[in-house]
Ligand binder design. Structure first.
Ligand code: NDP
Length: 337
């Protein structure tokens, strides 16, 4: 059983030496337990938080234990009457080949409905995050302008497409010409701006002639700075993620811009609200699954995956996620399905 463990808490950007590949005996299922084979492993930005012991909404991974992750796993052996050998489940088995579970928290998956890996993406945590953050906090109305960053990623790509379904003008922000082309031509966004351009503020302003009504925040940093002056009165800002800051070791240099932010919030009556998807919205998964299942079946939502082969490549792929190297939902194929 190969495991990728946290070897050291990263300082700044994670590096290969912060992870360690360890081989342990394959565990066996005890009474009422199942043995799970990891087939798809989800890599997500929140894992950077778990590598750190700074106070957060969830406990950190202990050094010397496997990194955590959602997985699509196959039941290889079962002593639990609820699961049969060959069943597919959504699990939280972590960065390893095998895991044992007593069945708690496992969700059975139907391999006949869409790709199994969708349970980690568009039908899973990222898709659910996009849906609730946009619709419940962003509350977009037809004709409004919605801006989303990390626009071709797991969450952002779904945010923009749902906003289109709701009749909004959608402007994406993404890293590079190829991602921007994809957002417009494949995902149907009205425009997409490359955040690597030094002209980001002016290009964004030109793409949002009526200002911004909903900004779905995935990134922070210079992207938020470009957005802030364009926010309209009564704008909503679901604060979903701040990936530009996850590797930061200090606060940014320069004048304290908090008063500028506060003045904008006050004078424009802007509503900014953070959320943690399962803590805040876990009970609303069924309504998401119903809508998303329909949109996928109707071809209204497209979902790009970036699949990396081999558990041993997970650390490098994760490091790349924090640098924008992924193009679509990042998944590791640990075994063939
Ligand atoms: P993505 O698939 O979008 O991958 C991350 C992307 O972030 C990269 O591809 C890159 O896209 C962009 N990025 C990385 N570093 C920077 C940077 N320094 N500046 C600007 N952009 C950067 O990831 P997800 O869709 O899984 O996650 C998107 C966001 O949603 C993250 O912030 C994540 O933490 C958050 N999230 C929050 C949840 C919640 O419950 N609150 C749940 C799930 C996700 P590009 O090249 O286009 O810049």
């Amino acid at each position: 059983n190969r495991q990728i463990q946290l070897a050291a808490r990263p300082v700044g950007a994670p590096k290969a030496a912060d992870f360690k590949l360890v081989t342990t005996p394959v565990p066996s299922a005890g009474a009422c337990e199942v043995l799970l084979r990891t087939v798809y492993l989800s890599l997500d930005p929140y894992m950077r938080g778990r590598m750190s012991d700074a106070a957060s909404y969830a406990a950190p991974v202990a050094v010397g234990t496997p990194m955590v992750a959602g997985t699509v796993s196959r039941v290889e052996a079962s002593n639990n009457p609820k699961f049969a050998v060959g069943d597919w489940v959504l699990a939280y088995a972590g960065w390893q080949d095998y895991a044992v579970s007593d069945g708690t928290g496992l969700t059975k998956l139907d391999p006949n409905i869409g790709p199994l890996s969708y349970a980690l993406g568009v039908m899973g945590m990222p898709g659910f995050t996009a849906y609730m953050g946009l619709l419940d906090i962003g509350a977009p109305k037809a004709g409004e302008t919605v801006v989303v960053a990390a626009a071709t990623g797991a969450v952002g790509s779904v945010v923009g497409q749902i906003a289109k379904i709701k009749g909004c003008r959608v402007v994406g922000i993404a890293g590079g010409a190829e991602k921007c082309r994809f957002a417009v031509e494949e995902l149907g966004f009205d425009a997409c701006i490359d955040h690597h351009s030094p002209k980001l503020p002016a290009l964004l302003a030109a793409a949002c002639p009526k200002g911004i009504d909903v900004y779905f925040e995935n990134v922070g940093g210079k992207v938020f700075e470009a957005v802030l002056p364009l926010l309209n009165t009564s704008a909503r800002v679901p604060v979903c993620g701040l990936i530009a800051h996850y590797n930061a070791t200090t606060l940014p240099d320069g004048p304290d811009r908090t008063p500028v932010l506060m003045r904008n919030l006050l004078t424009k009556r802007i509503r900014m609200q953070g959320f943690i998807i399962f803590d805040d919205y876990g009970h609303r998964y069924p309504e998401f699954a119903k809508d998303m299942g329909q949109w996928l079946a109707q071809g209204k939502i497209k979902f790009r995956e970036d699949i990396v082969d081999g558990l041993e490549n997970a650390p490098q792929a994760f490091i790349g996620l924090l640098e924008g190297k992924n193009f679509g939902k990042l998944i590791v194929r640990v075994a063939n399905d």
